[in-house]
Structure formats: structure tokens, C-alpha cells
Design a protein around this ligand. Structure first.
Ligand code: DGL
Length: 249
């Protein structure tokens, strides 16, 4: 049985845990939500590195053999430093620009992410590989994390907040939208109601789950020996939304 740590600034990473558990159902998961410091989106990279190390130390003390950074912002800010500082493997979020660029029919890809992710070198490098072939339009999902962390997934207010960032991408001709923040999949039902039929939304979480399975195999960590697996939820702040969203995945 593998012991896998998963962390995010808050509850958003549960959208990644959901996909991981489909691929690797029989493992022990420890999920840490850094709710006391959420959101990460506009925080300094050095602060996110500091939080990443504190969370990693905690997950290691609980026996984690691999850690999934289930947060695009923390991946952008901290994963290189975490990999350099610890010997266990870290799996991060990949901006799903490649499948979006390969799949778009309109030639315009929309990316929704936090300000930190859109400024990160990994995202900028990935975008650079495709921007000659397709147009890449970006928007910060302003207020999206706050909607998810207050479980406001469907109100008229939520619709207004989500439309304000999504509609400009649709107006620019995007037919494929990359969900570049792990909180955003919880707003997907609302996004699908706002967008016209035929718009594709791409969540990188299934690819991250496959990557974790590969990494565990390469590291020789045995998997699949704990039928049904288990999940332990930890938080630096409130558990209220975390527990409720967990029940929904
Ligand atoms: N869920 C995170 C991400 O993927 C963090 C969002 C935030 O805390 O601003 O970027």
C-alpha cells in the first residue's frame, strides 16, 4: 500500500484526489488543506515555498511516500524547491495547454487560472510551445476560489462572478477552456450552463493521476494492497467546507 500526501491551498485539490482515487483506489491518502492561508493565488512565491515545506514536513511525519501538489499555484511557485529539498517524489499540476491546443477547432484556447500560475515559468514555457499554432487567451478566475471555499457553486452571485471571467474568453472565440486551478472543476457544472453547447473544458487531474501511478511504479512503491483505501483530511484552518466538499467527490 502506498501512503500518498496531497495538498492544496484549500479544498480545491479534492478535485485531484477524486481522479487519483479512480486510478489508484486502494492506497492511503492524507489530504492537507492550507485553509488558514487560502487563497495562494496572489501570494509571494517565497511564502508558498515556506508553506509547501511546512506541509511536506507534516505529511512526511505521517509516512507519506510521495506528495501530489494538487494546486497549480503551489506547483508554479514551489515544486522545484521542494524537489531540491526532499528525496521523496513530488507530482505537480501541469497546465493542460497541449491537449487544448491539439483539440481546438476554432484555433483559440482559453486558460482560466490564478495570477500566480499565469506568471509561472512552467506555464509561460508551455504556452510558448503552442502560441504560434493557436491563440491563447487568458483570464484569472477572479473570485472563483472564494466561491468554492464558501460552497457557493450555483447562486446568481456565483453565476455573475464566473461569467465575468469566462465570458470574455468565449467572446474571444475560445472553444476549449483549460481549468488551470484545482478549485475550478467544482464550478464546472455552472460553467457548462454559462457556455454554449460544444465548448470543451479540460481538467488536467486525470493526467496527474496517471503520472502518480507511473511515479509510484518507478519508485518501486507497492500499490493496490489496501482494498478501498482510506483518506485522512487535515487542515490548517476550518474543516467545514473541506468535509462537505469531500462528501461530494
Ligand atoms: N487550487 C489552487 C490552484 O490550483 C490554489 C488557488 C488559490 O489558492 O488561489 O491554483
Amino acid at each position: 500500500m502506498a501512503v500518498v500526501g496531497v495538498f492544496d491551498s484549500g479544498s480545491g485539490g479534492l478535485s485531484v484526489l477524486r481522479e487519483i482515487r479512480k486510478t489508484l483506489p486502494d492506497e492511503r491518502y492524507i489530504y492537507f488543506a492550507d485553509n488558514a492561508f487560502c487563497p495562494y493565488g496572489e501570494k509571494a512565491p517565497s511564502f508558498i515555498v515556506e508553506r509547501g515545506k511546512a506541509i511536506t514536513d507534516l505529511l512526511l511525519s505521517k509516512g507519506a511516500q510521495a506528495i501530489v501538489v494538487a494546486c497549480n499555484t503551489a506547483t508554479a511557485a514551489a515544486i522545484a524547491e521542494l524537489r531540491a529539498s526532499y528525496s521523496i517524489p513530488f507530482v505537480g499540476m501541469e497546465p493542460a495547454v497541449k491537449p487544448a491546443a491539439l483539440g481546438t477547432r476554432s484555433g483559440v484556447v482559453g486558460v482560466l487560472a490564478t495570477a500566480g500560475t499565469l506568471k509561472g515559468s512552467k506555464y509561460l514555457k508551455t504556452r510558448g510551445l503552442y502560441e504560434d499554432e493557436v491563440r491563447i487567451a487568458e483570464r484569472v478566475g477572479k473570485g472563483f476560489v472564494e466561491l468554492v471555499e464558501s460552497l457557493d457553486l450555483d447562486s446568481p452571485h456565483a453565476r455573475e462572478v464566473v461569467s465575468a471571467s469566462l465570458q470574455p474568453l468565449l467572446d474571444e472565440g475560445a472553444d476549449t477552456i483549460v481549468l488551470g486551478c484545482t478549485h475550478y472543476p467544482f464550478l464546472l457544472p455552472l460553467m457548462k450552463r454559462i457556455a454554449p453547447e460544444g465548448i470543451r473544458f479540460i481538467d488536467p487531474a486525470p493526467a496527474v493521476a496517471r503520472r502518480l501511478a507511473d511515479v509510484l511504479r518507478m519508485e518501486g512503491v507497492p500499490t493496490g494492497e489496501f482494498p478501498g483505501g482510506s483518506v485522512e483530511l487535515l487542515s490548517s484552518g476550518s474543516f467545514e467546507v473541506l468535509n462537505k466538499l469531500y462528501l461530494s467527490i
